[in-house]
Structure formats: C-alpha cells, structure tokens
Design a protein around this ligand. Structure first.
Ligand code: COA
Length: 226
C-alpha cells in the first residue's frame, strides 16, 4: 500500500472535488440506494477545515479514495461520511486505511464525542466493527435534525418516516468513548497503522498515554523541576 498517499485534505486538494463527487454518484447508482447529493461547496469547505481525508495514488497523485467527518448535536456526535474508493483500487484494503485516518481525526479533534454510523453496506459495517463500533437502536443516535435530513435522498426514506425514525433498512452503530471495550478494540485496529498515528502525532502532538508521549512529559517534568 506504499504507493498510496493518505492525507488529511486541505485547500490544495479542492481540484479533486468534481472527480470525488462523480465517483460517489456513480457508486450510488450501482448500489441503487439513492444517496444525499453532496454539494461541491460543502466538500470544498470540509477540505479547507481539515475535516476530510483523501487517498492519492502514485507519482501522478491520481485520486483513489475519500471520506470526511461531520459533527452533530453541538459536537456531541461525529460521523465519518461519504467513504468512497475508486473502482480500480477496491479490494486492496484502502478503505480501511482511510477509515483509520477519519476515525483518528475525529477522536483527536473531539475526544469526548460519540462516533456513529448508519449504514447498509457490509464493508462499512465490517470497518465500523473493527473500529469498536457496536450495533445500537436509532434512539441511541443523534437527534440532530440536520443529520436525519440527509436520509431524505434515500429510496427507503418512507420506511424511516413510517416508523417515526425508530427503524429502517440501515444498521445504527456506535463508538462510545466512555466504553472501554470500544476504545480497546479501536486501539488494536489503529496500532496496525503506524503511518496514520505518525500523521496524527504530527498534526496534534503525541497523546499523553502514549509511551513516547509519556517519555516527553517525564522529561519536561524533570526539566521544570530543575
Ligand atoms: C465500500 C468501499 C469503500 C470499500 O472499499 P475497499 O477499499 O474496496 O475496501 P477494503 O479493501 O479496505 O475492505 C475493507 C473491509 O471490508 C470488506 N469488504 C470490502 N468490500 C466488501 C463488500 N462488498 N462486502 C463485504 N465486505 C467487503 C473487506 O473484506 C475488508 O475486510 P478485511 O479488512 O477484514 O479484509 C468501496 O467498495 C466503495 O467505494 N464502494 C462504493 C461506495 C460505498 O458503498 N460507500 C459506503 C457508503 S455506506
């Protein structure tokens, strides 16, 4: 996978937005689920705010995959959304690496937030499970109207409406940062990807419960004492 460069997107990646949206739209057509149409300006804003992850391939930096994060209910909840891998790069483990990055980004930026997912995709359910998410009822997800508004483009929206938002075709899955089990599973998964961890450490600094981070803190304390 070394031929892929997976980074937190910024303004320099705005040139990829049209291709990203075309790839998402084409995949939704194949799946036949219907999908909330994403606005190019919204995706560009995600990139500018450092809330998106892009995978690029080779020296030509060809677009390979993408996903972004969104917050709900005043940042009490986070979702990783819009996961897409270009056809020719599927089945190589790329979405797993992208998920490591979006998930880590969400954890670093909003450590107290619950991370959830509403999906009917088998691959996404697998990725969520690997990251410590557990299946939950819809009542445990966000109440934020803006989130549920996103379901309106789905062909099954009538089911959600009929059931008063309690049931639908998708499975709700939740990572609760207060659940040690969730945290331990996610940690095991992220430990498989030192490159992602290095990127996060570079952006946000080392975590205090990190071995290397602890050493730095011990060193700093001894300097302060002197
Ligand atoms: C879903 C998608 C992102 C997966 O990307 P990918 O890079 O091919 O996936 P990976 O190779 O990283 O596989 C991730 C895991 O999901 C599993 N997986 C992949 N595709 C799968 C499928 N169609 N059904 C079941 N499991 C699948 C893989 O076996 C892998 O598990 P493992 O790590 O234990 O082996 C890609 O197929 C895609 O872009 N699809 C269209 C858009 C879409 O459906 N997005 C999700 C919106 S809910």
């Amino acid at each position: 996978m070394s031929e892929f460069n997976i980074v937190v997107a910024s303004e320099e990646h705005i040139k990829y937005v049209d291709e990203i949206l075309e790839t998402i739209a084409a995949a939704a057509k194949v799946r036949g689920t219907g999908i909330a149409k994403r606005n190019p300006e919204y995706v560009k804003q995600k990139m500018a705010e450092g809330k998106a992850v892009i995978a690029l391939h080779g020296e030509e930096q060809e677009f390979a995959g993408f996903s972004y994060i969104e917050t709900w209910d005043n940042k009490q909840y986070v979702t990783t959304s819009g996961l897409i891998v270009k056809d020719k790069f599927r089945g190589m483990g790329l979405s797993r690496l992208i998920k490591h990055m979006t998930f880590s980004l969400a954890r670093r930026r909003w450590p107290e937030a619950k991370i959830f997912s509403l999906t009917s995709g088998a691959a996404v359910m697998k990725l969520n499970t690997q990251h410590g998410y557990k299946p939950v009822t819809f009542a445990q997800l966000t109440n934020d109207e803006a989130f549920w508004h996103g379901c309106e483009g789905c062909i099954n929206f009538d089911v959600l409406q009929r059931t008063g938002r309690r049931y639908c075709i998708c499975t709700g899955m939740l990572f609760d940062p207060k659940d040690d089990d969730c945290v331990a599973i996610a940690q095991k998964e992220l430990d498989l990807d030192p490159k992602c961890k290095a990127t996060m450490d570079q952006m946000f600094g080392k975590l205090p419960n990190d071995k290397a981070g602890k050493n730095i803190i011990t060193k700093l304390k001894s300097i302060i004492k002197k």
